[in-house]
Ligand binder design. Structure first.
Ligand SMILES: C=C(O[C@@H]1C=C(C(=O)O)C=C[C@H]1O)C(=O)O
Length: 275
């Protein structure tokens, strides 16, 4: 018997609609859940066959033969609420920047945006460990993503920037945080169809997800429901691709991603061999 496909999924609320009831729709798939940065490392180490990884990690892994599962993303067309830069100083004066260790894409986005919008390239860049809160950090500014970003109070900070909103203001484009990325040579079988079904069912049951996860995260039902259905988008369409390409270009200019990466999309193996 073929060994099961190993899939890694982001454990934050924002990813839940992408793998809703997946173990029912794809019973043979081995699912593990992690923060995005660890999923990227596990995919790179060959420990996973497909994973929801930070979009910047697709760019970094493209030379290893990574392929994007077409049509899927975690993206935002305006404010995202869960990717925020909390600054204790005016933005133009940020010199020490702490970046959420769970992130990779937003780590790059924070630097791209500070450079493009404020001409700032922080002298010291450090990680904010997963167990340490933004309030504990003594850096000038702190990037926080995911579930915990929605709980950090604005008050102690001089400025709070929603980075997807800031990106939109800079480029007029959506921002793509994560993609389903396939390891070179992996055969996913029927999994892409099961993932389509999961997403459709997950979005159709966003109310159920909001009821389950809202209380756990200290979010009221409406906030949680809006986050899943209006704030985030789960398609990789033309506007998202344009945003992704612009981000790839800007990240490369800062040395945060390789230059000139092409977006390569996964095709089912039987089609690929029939070429
Ligand atoms: C919108 C978000 O997207 C996440 C941000 C990521 C990153 O910064 O690397 C990766 C995966 C996404 O789940 C979020 O965490 O709030």
């Amino acid at each position: 018997m073929a060994s099961p496909v190993r899939l890694g999924a982001v454990r934050y609320l924002n990813a839940k609609p992408l793998y809703y009831k997946l173990s029912e729709f794809a019973p043979d798939v081995a699912v593990s859940m992690e923060v995005p940065s660890r999923l990227a490392d596990q995919l790179a180490a060959g420990e996973l066959d497909v994973a929801l990884i930070p979009s910047v990690e697709y760019l970094r892994g493209a030379s290893r033969g990574y392929e994007i599962l077409p049509g899927f993303a975690i993206a935002a067309r305006g404010p995202v609420r869960s990717v925020k830069l909390f600054s204790r100083v005016p933005l133009g004066r940020i010199d020490r920047l702490a970046l959420d260790a769970g992130s990779r894409t937003s780590q790059a986005l924070a630097q791209v945006w500070l450079d493009a919008r404020h001409g700032v390239r922080p002298g010291v860049i450090e990680e904010l460990p997963l167990g340490v809160s933004a309030l504990e950090s003594t850096a000038d500014a702190v990037l926080v993503i995911g579930d915990r970003a929605m709980k950090v109070p604005d008050e102690p900070f001089h400025e709070v920037v929603d980075l997807a909103e800031a990106w939109r203001g800079l480029t007029g484009l959506p921002f793509v945080f994560a993609l389903w990325v396939v390891r070179a040579g992996a055969d996913l079988g029927d999994l892409p169809a099961a993932l389509e079904r999961s997403r459709a069912e997950g979005l159709a049951h966003a109310d159920e997800l909001a009821r389950i996860h809202g209380p756990r995260l200290g979010l009221d039902f409406r906030t949680c429901y809006d986050y899943l259905t209006r704030v985030l988008s789960y398609d990789l369409g033309e506007p998202e691709l344009a945003g992704l390409k612009r981000f790839a270009h800007m990240a490369a200019r800062l040395g945060l991603a390789p230059e000139g990466v092409n977006l390569v999309f996964h095709r089912p193996r039987d089609l690929a061999t029939r070429r």
